[in-house]
Design a protein around this ligand. Structure first.
Ligand SMILES: Cc1cc2nc3c(=O)[nH]c(=O)nc-3n(C[C@H](O)[C@H](O)[C@H](O)COP(=O)(O)O)c2cc1C
Length: 209
């Protein structure tokens, strides 16, 4: 499936087949593809908790305001945005840029300074926005990759973040931009037509806001 078709055919699926599991290999392939997502300074500040266990999904459903898909999908991904992604990944990232010839070794310090300038200090709002925007791009890529692999998805932000953090041991400083349910459509379910989209002229302006 090409990318345009994947975008056109992706839908947020409410009715997952609880009896059909996503094979491990396919799940790994999904992550390998999503892992190619772009990110600020290539810093990749996301983590994912993939919830597959039946009992753990029940807990997740409780935290997600009892949304059935949080339990019925084969796997539900807790997308975790990590504001510490800058410090954690900048060293390896710059190593790769140096070794692949993207930059000269003497530029390392300048680049490190640029990254901390752009993305703020650890606790800043700037840093939280950095983590959330990159994790959200990762999640979108993952949803499109899933479609290409024959899987269905559903993003969710209807959940109690504190409940998920507590139940899944996610440290306080992390942010959870969304959950993504992944699985197969329940047999016999017909989707309603895709809902309203604004005309593009409503949000698209050229050259001035
Ligand atoms: C970040 C995000 C959070 C969402 N949260 C929920 C949710 O908690 N529950 C839900 O039923 N749908 C949720 N949705 C799905 C939207 O309602 C859906 O994307 C929208 O209606 C458009 O439908 P489509 O995805 O099938 O094109 C969410 C979508 C996004 C992108």
């Amino acid at each position: 499936m090409d990318v345009v078709q994947a975008i056109k055919e992706r839908r947020s699926i409410n009715f997952f087949d609880p009896a059909r599991a996503v094979p491990d290999e396919k799940l790994r392939e999904l992550f390998e593809i999503a892992n190619l997502s772009p990110s600020s300074f290539n810093l990749q500040p996301w983590r994912v908790v993939a919830v597959r266990d039946t009992e753990r999904k029940k807990v997740l459903r409780k935290c997600a305001f009892d949304q059935p898909k949080a339990e019925e999908a084969s796997v539900v991904l807790i997308m975790v945005a990590d504001p510490n992604g800058v410090e954690e990944n900048i060293g390896r990232m710059l190593d790769s840029w140096v070794s692949l010839g993207y930059m000269k070794p003497e530029m390392r310090q300048t680049y490190e300074g640029m990254a901390s300038g752009l993305y703020g200090s650890k606790d800043s709002l700037k840093r939280k926005i950095f983590a959330v925007k990159n994790t959200s791009l990762f999640a979108m890529n993952l949803m499109l990759a899933a479609k290409g692999l024959g899987l269905e998805t559903h993003p969710m932000d209807g959940f109690d973040e504190d409940c998920i953090k507590k139940e899944f041991n996610i440290p306080e400083d992390k942010i959870i931009p969304m959950l993504v349910a992944v699985g197969y459509l329940r047999p016999g379910v017909n989707l309603l037509p895709r809902a309203f989209r604004r005309g593009i002229d409503e949000f698209l302006k050229f050259d001035r806001y």
